[in-house]
Each structure stands twice: as C-alpha cells, then as structure tokens.
Write a protein that binds this ligand. Structure first.
Ligand code: CP3
Length: 337
C-alpha cells in the first residue's frame, strides 16, 4: 500500500535513524497565518475538511515551513459521527456542537453511504502522498479512539465544559460501541489503501474514565482497532491522553508506539515502558522564551537518549503559538547529538 515512508516509521520499527524524528499533533492549523487565511474564506469547517484540494494544501503547509518528518492529514475525528449522519457545527470559541444522536439511523446507514461521505479524505491522502514534499516522510492518518468518539456522540459537545454522566448507561451503549468500531475499521482501511504510512489513535478523553470502566470503554475497543491496523501492515501510535497507567495500557492494547501527555513524568515512562515513545513536552513551553524551550526539549531528549523516541508535544500545538518558536524547537531537536 504505502509508497512513502520516513524515519518515524523506521524509529517505530526499531531501526537507527540519522536524527531524532519529529512532528507535531495539530501541526496543521490555527497557529499558522496561512491556515487562518484559508479558514477565513471557508466558514464551514467540515466542508473545508472535505475539500481535497484545500485540505491537501493545509496538510503540507507545516512541511513548507519546518524540517519535520511527517504530514498528518488535515481532517477531524468528528468526521466519524458526521459520516453516520450526526451533523456538527463548530461555533467560534465554543468548540464542536453535535446534533442529537439518532440511533436507528446510525445503525441502519450502509457502508457505501458512510464511505461516500468520507471519500474526499481518501482523495486528500492519495493526492498528498504524490506530492514531492512528502518524499522520505511519513503520511499520518488518524481516527479518534472509540471512547473519545462515543463521548462526543453522546455528550454532543466537549466534555471539558461538562460531561453528562448518563452516557455510561445509554440504553444502546454496546451496539453503539460496536458501530463506532465498525466505522473506525472502514475508515482506517481506506486511509491505508490511499497512502497513510502510519495511523495514530487519538483518545483525548481517556483520562476521564475511572479504573473500573476502562476495560470496557478503552482497552477492549482500542485493542481491537490496534490489531486490525497491524493486520493491514501499518504501525499504530496510540495517544491515551492523561490515562492513569501507561504501562498497563501498553501491555494490554499493544500499540507499536505510545504518545504521552505532559502530566506524566517522562522518567517513569522511560524506565517502565520498552516500546517506542512519542511526545510529552508541554505545548505551553512554546509560548515562553527560547532558552526555556531549549532546556525543556533537551530534558526530554536526554531522558529518552537510549530509547526509541519520536519528538512531539504532550498535546496539540496551541493556537497562540508563534511559528518561529516551532521552527526553533525543530532545529534544537535536529541538532541534538
Ligand atoms: O493534527 C493536525 O494538524 C491534523 C488535523 C486535526 C484536527 N483535529 C484539525 C482541527 C486533528 C488530528 C484533529 C484531532 C481532533 N479533533 C481531536 C484529538 C486531538 C486533540 O486535540 O485532543 C479532537 C478532540 C478533535 C475534535 C475537535 N475538532 C475540537 C474539540 C475542535 C474545536 C477546538 C479546537 O481544537 O480548535 C475541533 C476543530 C478543529 N480540528 C480545528 C482544527 C484545525 C480548528 C477549526 C477552526 O479553525 O475553528
């Protein structure tokens, strides 16, 4: 399937790389003036994601600026609810707002109809993978984890504002979970067939779940998605943000690499986890001065000196980030010996 691959994939496969691989979650987006220019003319965010010409342009924008090792497709985890007919609006500063969930429709919708809605994403992948700027680099496809998608579908907005506790006892809970898994698999397979060299699973709300519930909502579904992705011959990186026990997560879910948040002590990770590690540094460090940035980046690099390590942040690049700080960080990492 994959025509392109880069040093991130090499690192995950245990190969020595000529420098530390680096890319950023949310590297394509709000902090880049060239993104904001396109965005200001395209007020419907979902339509922008589903415009393969523009989404390709946004996908490669960060590669034009920075010496990074991957592009991540410009898309969104909420396109899965969208593909099932649960529509979404993005309100300024309020985040996503989802329509009521219509379970009957969600269960009924045929695969062809779901894939027809997502098809522009596969065109985006196909077109991006042919771009010269991608040669020798990875093209990262992604999905939201089952739990995080389930949260958005039932809570209908970010749980940062408030979480409706009824979601755990939703009457069609198990069927909905199975339905999400089904669409995740369809979507991953198509992304791989169209040029994704790696898949990342974003479980942004993993930290919300209690120990008692994590087996059912996180471990079981994610393990299934990881196995499925591996069966396609593609490596998978998991980002279970703020999960209590990364070691147990890795032992149960068995991703090819684990992306860590900024609340966990990286020393504990390097000591107890032996699979490749990604990320960790607090994105807020990029809002400060260069000296602190360099020091903090080196702290992560030193801790993971003898570990397969992909430099990234502990969450996405913040909208108020100055792109020149990102450039400085990339140079710091690339010069690290
Ligand atoms: O990483 C990248 O650069 C690729 C593109 C990407 C976007 N969203 C574009 C986007 C990726 C990988 C995502 C993932 C995503 N989307 C997650 C998981 C990662 C995380 O941040 O925790 C989540 C939870 C979502 C859902 C979502 N999409 C929210 C809550 C919001 C609104 C708040 C925000 O982050 O802006 C979005 C909108 C969104 N997705 C924007 C972008 C560039 C901003 C759209 C705008 O300009 O208004």
């Amino acid at each position: 399937y994959n025509l392109i691959m880069g040093i991130i994939k090499d690192c995950i496969k245990g190969k020595k790389t000529s420098s530390i691989p680096i890319w950023f979650m949310r590297q394509a987006g709000r902090y880049l003036p060239e993104f904001r220019e396109i965005r200001s003319k395209n007020t419907n965010f979902i339509n922008l994601c589903l415009n393969p010409q523009l989404s390709k342009e946004i996908t490669i924008q960060p590669l034009k600026r920075f010496n990074i090792d991957a592009a991540i497709i410009f898309s969104d985890i909420l396109l899965i609810p969208y593909s099932l007919g649960q529509y979404i609006k993005f309100e300024k500063d309020l985040g996503p707002k989802l329509d009521d969930l219509n379970f009957e429709n969600i269960i009924k919708s045929p695969d062809e109809e779901i894939l027809k809605k997502l098809n522009p994403i596969y065109d985006l992948l196909k077109n991006t993978s042919k771009e010269k700027i991608l040669s020798g680099k990875d093209l990262i496809g992604f999905v939201g984890a089952t739990w995080t998608i389930y949260v958005y579908m039932l809570n209908k907005k970010s749980p940062k504002k408030s979480l409706n506790n009824d979601i755990y006892n939703y009457p069609n809970r198990d069927d909905l979970i199975q339905r999400i898994i089904h669409v995740q698999k369809l979507h991953i397979k198509k992304q791989v067939e169209n040029g994704a060299s790696l898949i990342q699973i974003f479980d942004s709300w993993a930290g919300l779940l209690s120990e008692k519930k994590k087996n059912q909502f996180i471990y079981e579904p994610t393990k299934e998605i990881v196995e499925f992705t591996k069966s396609l011959g593609v490596e998978v990186i998991c980002f279970p943000r703020n999960i209590q026990n990364y070691k147990e997560y890795c032992d149960v879910v068995k991703p090819n690499a684990i992306s860590i948040d900024y609340n966990i002590d990286p020393k504990i990770i390097s000591k107890h986890i032996d699979i490749p590690v990604q990320g960790g540094m607090d994105p807020k460090i990029l809002l400060g001065d260069k000296e602190t940035l360099k020091k903090e980046a080196k702290r992560y690099l030193d801790i993971f000196k003898n570990h397969a390590y992909i430099f990234n942040l502990g969450h996405g690049v913040l909208p108020e980030t100055d792109p020149s700080m990102v450039d400085y960080l990339v140079k710091t990492v690339k010069e690290y010996k």
